[in-house]
Write a protein that binds this ligand. Structure first.
Ligand code: F6P
Length: 503
């Protein structure tokens, strides 16, 4: 913690602040009914925790319960600053605008985004609260790293309160093509919110391009080599929400030449593909207890020749229905047989308050029931479906047990499950069937890449995965592993923060 006497208001502050919708811990309930906190298992927390503890950092986020205000507290060397949300804000800001508007819009409108003004109002209000919370704990000149689509307005809101801090933003999900983004009634405010950051990170090159194109065409800002020239004052009146400087209509972007020095600040928009804590997965995959558990899983499934595995949050972006359709047809055609083949589908519960997620669960469970009813035998099941979340140890055992990993997302910012599977396959065997619509497909080029909408192509890849000759399989896996081993989440965080520091 640093004394910041220069700014009376910020007497003390943290040099490094992470702002994310969720805090870095989950609440746990002990046997005696008392509650505690446990560090969240995700890659982001794993990557940032060491930086937080070594640099006296603070994490600002929602603690997951509605209508509860908590004082800041410390956990495993991290300083946690909970942001309260009312029950109505959970409904309007989190389930509503974040997951009923932005999530489907940013994932190629696989589901229909809903545009409600009262959801937007709540989103703005909550973003302001996060910005104020961050402003309160940041030391003078601190680095503040804002995470993800729930908080896109925070960078500019924070800059308005604290122009002295360095602001980074990372978007963990895709950024949509300008034509889709254009549907958002509050698109200008969202772009301006993001442009408050000095560095805006995206998963893929194409996401960064989509953002740059939206900014060029909608706001008319000049862009050169990933640098957006953000005017300090808008010379021409800012376009109203709904204004269309649309290339399709032939309207030219307004600012075509480099603006004069002193009239702008720069914001860089660039790809930083996220990864996993590779060393941890590799270590777990070598653990004799986990190796034994993998063998036990295979035995419990009746020792089939080939286990297909799907691991997803129960989300309509993940292509779970497409995967099941392909599998069902292969069983019908006799190209796969129950007993010889089985599909394990882990579908972890997610966003259960959102209607589209409730409908998806019903559909998936109906489909699983139908397939199992038709193809199960007394001793073997076609699909072992589990609607649970599992600890990482059990996940690694599943990765070790599975011969073929199916990642069939219709759109996915990255897909870390694909990378975890590869990290766990130290022996070099195993086949990854990977949707080309995931961020991971940009890096994992030696997977069997498929278009999940093309059911025949998906079926062919599933069959190919069971017939791949050993040498081909190992060659592909070795190449995939080289990528995942050399690009872990720690390197991702370091690269982003290094670039932010340079700007
Ligand atoms: O991928 C975006 C993301 O927000 C992740 O950060 C998170 O792990 C996942 O979606 C689930 O999000 P939540 O349960 O917080 O809505």
């Amino acid at each position: 913690m640093t004394e910041t006497a220069e700014q009376g208001e910020y007497q003390t502050g943290y040099e490094f602040v992470v702002v994310a919708n969720r805090l870095a811990v989950n609440r746990t309930t002990n046997h005696d009914g008392s509650t505690g906190w446990q560090r969240s298992p995700g890659g982001l927390v794993t990557a940032l925790a060491p930086i937080m503890t070594s640099s006296e950092g603070a994490w600002v986020g929602w603690h997951g319960a509605a209508d509860e205000t908590l004082d800041p507290f410390d956990h495993e060397g991290m300083h946690l600053h909970p942001v309260p949300l009312s029950e109505q804000e959970v409904e309007y800001y989190y389930e509503g605008f974040s997951n009923g508007t932005l999530w489907p819009l940013y994932h190629d409108v696989i589901a229909r985004p809903l545009f409600h003004r009262h959801w937007w109002d709540a989103y703005r209000r909550v973003n302001q609260r996060f910005a104020e919370a961050a402003a309160k704990v940041a030391a003078v000149g601190a680095t503040v790293w804002v995470q993800d689509y729930q908080l896109q307005l925070v960078p500019q809101m924070l800059r308005d309160i604290r122009p002295d801090v360095k602001i980074g933003f990372f978007n963990h999900i895709p950024f949509p093509p300008p034509g889709l983004f254009a549907q958002l009634p509050w698109r200008h405010s969202v772009m301006r919110g993001l442009l408050g950051a000095d560095l805006i990170g995206f998963q893929r090159e194409s996401d960064a391009r989509n953002f740059q194109r939206a900014v060029r065409y909608r706001l008319g800002y000049y862009i050169k080599s990933d640098q957006v020239f953000v005017p300090l004052e808008e010379k021409t009146p800012a376009p109203l929400e709904g204004f269309t400087a649309d290339p399709a209509r032939g309207t030219a972007p307004r600012q075509l030449s480099t603006p004069e020095e002193g009239t702008f600040r720069r914001s860089e928009a660039k790809a930083f593909p996220i990864s996993i804590d590779t060393e941890r997965i590799v270590k777990l995959s070598n653990d004799p207890k986990i190796i034994a558990r993998a063998a036990q899983i295979r035995a419990e499934l009746g020792n089939p020749e080939h286990i297909f595995l799907g691991v997803d949050r129960l989300d309509y972006t993940k292509g779970i229905r497409h995967r099941m359709k392909a599998y069902e047809e292969l069983l019908q055609e006799g190209k796969l047989q129950v007993g010889t083949h089985t599909l394990v589908q882990i579908a972890s519960p997610s966003r259960e308050g959102v209607e589209s997620y409730q409908r998806l669960r019903d559909e998936i469970e109906l489909t699983v029931g139908r397939i199992n009813g038709e193809f199960d035998t007394m001793g073997h099941t076609a699909i072992r479906y589990l609607h649970h979340s599992y600890p990482i140890e059990e996940m690694v055992a599943l990765y070790l047990a599975a011969d073929v990993m199916l990642v069939t997302a219709l759109r996915d910012g990255m897909n870390l499950v694909a990378k975890e599977y590869v990290a766990a396959r130290k022996a070099g065997s195993g086949v990854l069937v990977l949707s080309e619509f995931t961020g991971a497909a940009d890096q994992l080029r030696q997977a069997l890449l498929i278009n999940p909408h093309d059911i025949d192509e998906l079926k062919a890849a599933m069959v190919q995965a069971t017939h791949l000759d050993r040498e081909n399989e190992r060659k592909r896996m070795r190449s995939l592993r080289r990528q995942v081993v050399s690009h872990n989440v720690q390197r991702w965080a370091k690269d982003f923060l290094h670039r932010l520091d340079q700007l």
